[in-house]
Design a protein around this ligand. Structure first.
Ligand SMILES: [Zn+2]
Length: 325
């Protein structure tokens, strides 16, 4: 077992549930701070409790997060932080390794770091794909071009409650029948790499023998350009109450990854990441995805990426960091 894999096990063994700012997340940051120090980095903790290990000018940051979803997997976030530490150990490049707090509930730590200022000239994040694209392509890693924008909102359908036995079909106004047609429309709306999901649906009054009077459902729509997201929202027909813009990866770190891995597949990230916080703040940022096995499952104990794939991605990341440090 490699050092990196052993450390993945050690962090996971703290607890598979490491919610932001919990004792479990604290413990992960404590371990990582010690490994950073052992790698010769100068460790500080900022106001948001992000852990940062610096060497030299540290104009290039390599980072990710250590918190997890409830009962999460071994690789999500942790891999990117440990990869940074390994690069610090294997090279004497000037760099900083950053472990951000509470990514899973809205990139709290990286947003705080952005607000605090003092940002680097480049940011790299190694992360598992958390999807099946690279596995389908049979490629160990891929370069992220854009982190998608998201639009979320609720839609309410009004009907009329009535007796499920005595109201003739022609006389009904069933809110759930209307909502069901809408759900099918949401599934058909996305084009290209866009996606849309109805993930929650509440039926009132919610009794088996009463015609549904009201249905409240959620819509989550994601696309890789602002225009595509606008079009998707318009096609579905809902008013987003929360929206983020797509964030392109760019500049020297992206070009360094492309130079270090010529011909590597390029893909869009459908999930949010700390890299989006830094990129949106104007820091040229790049992400390298490692293939997720087991059908790309993530946020789940079955999350898995192989030691070989991780090792190959790490070589690319070291090469890319060296090109711009
Ligand atoms: Zn993550």
């Amino acid at each position: 077992m490699s050092m990196l894999d052993a450390r993945l096990e050690i962090i996971h063994a703290i607890d598979a549930t490491r919610v932001g700012y919990s004792l479990e997340e604290d413990a992960a940051h404590g371990l990582v701070a010690a490994w950073m120090e052992a790698a010769g980095l100068e460790v500080t903790v900022d106001e948001a409790k992000n852990t940062i290990g610096r060497r030299g000018d540290a104009n290039v940051w390599i980072g990710s997060h250590l918190d997890s979803v409830p009962n999460g997997g071994k690789y999500d976030g942790v891999l990117g932080v440990l990869a940074g530490i390994e690069i610090a150990e294997r090279t004497d490049l000037p760099l900083a390794v950053v472990a951000f707090r509470e990514e899973e509930r809205g990139c709290v730590g990286s947003e705080a770091a952005v607000a605090a200022g003092g940002l680097p000239e480049a940011y790299f994040e190694l992360h598992i794909e958390q999807g099946p694209v690279l596995d389908t392509l049979d490629k160990p890693f891929g370069i992220v071009t854009t982190i998608v924008g998201q639009a979320r909102g609720e839609v309410v359908f009004e009907g009329a409650a009535g007796h499920a036995g005595t109201t003739p079909m022609a006389a009904r106004k069933d809110a759930l029948v209307d909502a069901a047609a809408f759900v099918l429309r949401v599934a058909e709306a996305p084009k290209g790499d866009a996606v849309a999901t109805v993930g929650n649906l509440v039926v009132d009054p919610g009794a088996g023998n009463v015609i549904p009077e009201r249905v409240t459902l959620t819509v989550d729509a994601r696309a890789s350009t602002p225009e595509a997201l606008d079009e998707l929202v318009a096609t579905i027909g809902f008013e987003p109450t929360w929206r983020t813009q797509p964030v392109p990866m760019s500049g020297a770190p992206l070009e360094a990854l492309r130079a270090a891995a010529p011909g590597a597949p390029e893909l869009v990230s459908g999930a949010g990441h700390d890299a989006a916080s830094l990129a949106a703040a104007g820091v040229p940022s790049a992400m390298l995805f490692v293939r997720s096995r087991n059908g790309g499952i993530s946020h789940h104990p079955d999350e898995f990426s192989s030691e070989d794939d991780i090792a190959a991605a790490l070589e690319v990341l070291i090469d890319a960091v060296a090109r711009i440090s």
